[in-house]
Each structure stands twice: as structure tokens, then as C-alpha cells.
Design a protein around this ligand. Structure first.
Ligand SMILES: Nc1ncnc2c1ncn2[C@@H]1O[C@H](COP(=O)(O)OP(=O)(O)O)[C@@H](O)[C@H]1O
Ligand SMILES: [Mg+2]
Length: 187
């Protein structure tokens, strides 16, 4: 069920929809108790299907505290919706690279993206879905990695092997490719 602008969800008032995907909707909302705007991610959980994955996503994002990783402010059931409240960013990297961006700026963004990946790797987490849509920009061009729904976490996933350097390098390579493309698009 889609939420409408001005609709209330516990202490949150919906301001508008930011994105809608097959697995989740993301809204801009106002937290009437803490008096700040937040992003609310509402995963599409059917019965219990997808619930474990959503819990896992929240726990990974909570564990990874880093200036370049999106923070979860709260996660709970509100009025039958599982609601993940996060800091509200300005736009995704995918939106930003549609506009002209200098090489210096792109390299600065790439450095922040790699810092996020390195921190996740230090905690044995491989994101597994690195793409511009999953990086969110904040004031001052601060970049934060979001959406750990596809991550590979050996600690919680049981039998998965330790992360290999090859796997990490593939991801780093992937990031460089994204920023290579960004540079072409943006210049
Ligand atoms: N904290 C946020 N602030 C601003 N926009 C966000 C935030 N989180 C997500 N978004 C927007 O919503 C989109 C989908 O969010 P994401 O967590 O990647 O969900 P999905 O699992 O559907 O891919 C992102 O690409 C971005 O445009
Ligand atoms: Mg995503």
C-alpha cells in the first residue's frame, strides 16, 4: 500500500515519495517528536517473506558506523508497516551524475565511496550491489553508502567463505568503473 503526502505513520508525517522499487518504497517524512526530516524506507514484506532479509539489512547498517555509510536512526513496526528511519539525503549519486560534475569532484566522491567499502570490508561485509543509486549525497557533497539488502556477511550468513581479495577487488574495480563512467557523463 502506498502512503500519501500528509499521511501519519506514528510520529512521522509523510511529505512525499522519493523512490519506489520492487522490494521497498522510500519516503521523505517529518519526525514530529525529534522535529527533523528523515527518510523512511518501507520494505514490501508479504507475511513473513522477506522479513529476515530486512532485519539483516537493518542490523548490518546499524553495525557499520562510518561517516560514509548511511545511518539507521530507528527500525520498528508502525501501524503494521515495517519502517526503517534514516538520515535524509539530498539525492542519489545516480541523480547527481546526470548533471555536469568536475573530475576533482568525482575523484572526491570516489574516495568517499571507497572509504565506505573499505570500512565494510574491515567488518567482513561485502555490499554486493554497488551502483550509483545506492550512494546518497548529503550537504557538502558528503557521500554515504546505502542499501545493504544484498550484502554478503559471513558472520550471519553461516557457511559463506571468508571474503576473498578477488571478490573485494572486483567490487573496487566496479566502483572505479562507475566513476569512470561518471567522469565521461559529467565532463
Ligand atoms: N536516506 C535517504 N535519503 C534520500 N534518498 C534516499 C535515502 N535512502 C534511499 N533513498 C532513495 O531511494 C532509492 C531506493 O533506496 P534503497 O535503499 O536503495 O532501496 P531499494 O532496496 O529499493 O533499492 C535510492 O536510490 C535513493 O534514490
Ligand atoms: Mg537500492
Amino acid at each position: 500500500m502506498k502512503l500519501r503526502a500528509r499521511q501519519k505513520l506514528g510520529k512521522y508525517r509523510i511529505l512525499g515519495r522519493i523512490a519506489s522499487g520492487p522490494l521497498a518504497d522510500v519516503y521523505r517524512a517529518y519526525d514530529s517528536i525529534q522535529k527533523l526530516n528523515v527518510a523512511l524506507k518501507i520494505p514490501k514484506i508479504e507475511g513473513n517473506v522477506g522479513y529476515d532479509e530486512v532485519l539483516h539489512e537493518v542490523r548490518v547498517a546499524t553495525k557499520l558506523k562510518h561517516p560514509n555509510i548511511l545511518s539507521v536512526l530507528n527500525a520498528s513496526y508502525v501501524d503494521d508497516h515495517f519502517v526503517i528511519a534514516m538520515e535524509l539525503g539530498e539525492e542519489s549519486l545516480a541523480d547527481r551524475i546526470e548533471r555536469r560534475t568536475s573530475i576533482t569532484q568525482l575523484l572526491e566522491l570516489a574516495a568517499q565511496g571507497l572509504a565506505a567499502l573499505a570500512h565494510a570490508h574491515d567488518h567482513k561485509i561485502i555490499h554486493c550491489d554497488i551502483k550509483p543509486e545506492n550512494f546518497i549525497l548529503f550537504q557538502g557533497s558528503q557521500l554515504k553508502l546505502a542499501d545493504f539488502g544484498w550484502d554478503d556477511d559471513p558472520a550471519t550468513a553461516g557457511e559463506k567463505p571468508n571474503i576473498s581479495t578477488t571478490a573485494l577487488l572486483q567490487h573496487v574495480d566496479h566502483v572505479f568503473q562507475i566513476f569512470d563512467v561518471s567522469a565521461l557523463v559529467g565532463t
